[in-house]
Design a protein around this ligand. Structure first.
Ligand code: ZN
Length: 181
C-alpha cells in the first residue's frame, strides 16, 4: 500500500528501528512499575519521558491541551489507581502554555465563526485562567476534593519551565495535594 505523507514514512522508519531493539519489553506488566501517573500538557516542547526520566513500563502519562484536570483525566487517574496500582499523581503544567491568553467565550466565537457550526458553543476548551500556578492549584484542588479520589493518593503539583527544562515545585499545590492519611 501507499506510504502516504512524509510524516507517515518517517514514523514507520523510526518504528522499524524501535521495534528492532525492542528487547524483552513485550513482557512488561501493564501495572506501572514505579506506581505513579503524570498529567501534563500536549505541548510539543515537553517530553515527559526525558524530563522525568521514564522508561516503558514505568508510569502512566496522560496528556491534553494545558495538562488540565478534565473529567476524562479524572477517569484515567481513577483507573490508573484502582485497576493499575498507582498511588502518586503528578500534575505538571508549564510556562508559556498555549492555553493562556484567551477565554472560553473567545475560543467558542472563533470556532463558531470559522466553522459556521453552533457546536462550538457546547465546547469547553478549558483555557488557563490567571497564572499557571493559579491553574495548577485549582486543578490539584479539584482532584483532592473529588469524592472518588482516595485520601491516601499523593498529588503533586509542578510547573515545567520551558526555558530551562526544570520542574518547579508548587508548594501551594503540593500542600493541597498531600495525602490525607
Ligand atoms: Zn501547554
Amino acid at each position: 500500500g501507499s506510504m502516504g505523507t512524509v510524516n507517515a514514512r518517517e514514523i514507520r522508519a523510526a518504528n522499524e528501528n524501535y521495534a528492532a531493539d525492542f528487547g524483552d519489553k513485550g513482557s512488561l506488566s501493564h501495572d506501572p512499575a514505579r506506581c505513579f501517573a503524570v498529567v501534563t500538557c500536549m505541548d510539543c516542547r515537553l517530553d515527559p519521558a526525558k524530563f522525568a526520566g521514564l522508561a516503558e513500563g514505568d508510569a502512566h502519562v496522560i496528556r491534553n491541551a494545558g495538562g488540565r484536570v478534565t473529567e476524562d483525566v479524572i477517569r484515567s487517574l481513577l483507573i490508573s489507581h484502582k485497576m493499575l496500582g498507582t498511588n502518586e499523581w503528578f500534575v505538571i503544567q508549564h510556562t508559556h502554555c498555549g492555553m493562556q491568553g484567551f477565554t472560553n467565550d473567545e475560543a467558542q466565537e472563533r470556532f463558531a465563526a470559522d466553522s459556521g457550526s453552533p457546536e462550538a458553543y457546547y465546547m469547553d476548551f478549558m483555557p488557563i485562567r490567571g497564572t499557571i500556578e493559579d491553574s495548577l492549584v485549582r486543578d490539584v484542588s479539584r482532584l483532592r476534593r473529588h469524592p472518588l479520589v482516595p485520601p491516601a493518593v499523593t498529588i503533586h503539583g509542578y510547573i515545567y519551565d520551558i526555558e530551562t527544562g526544570r520542574l518547579i515545585v508548587s508548594k501551594k499545590a503540593n500542600e493541597i495535594g498531600a495525602a490525607r492519611v
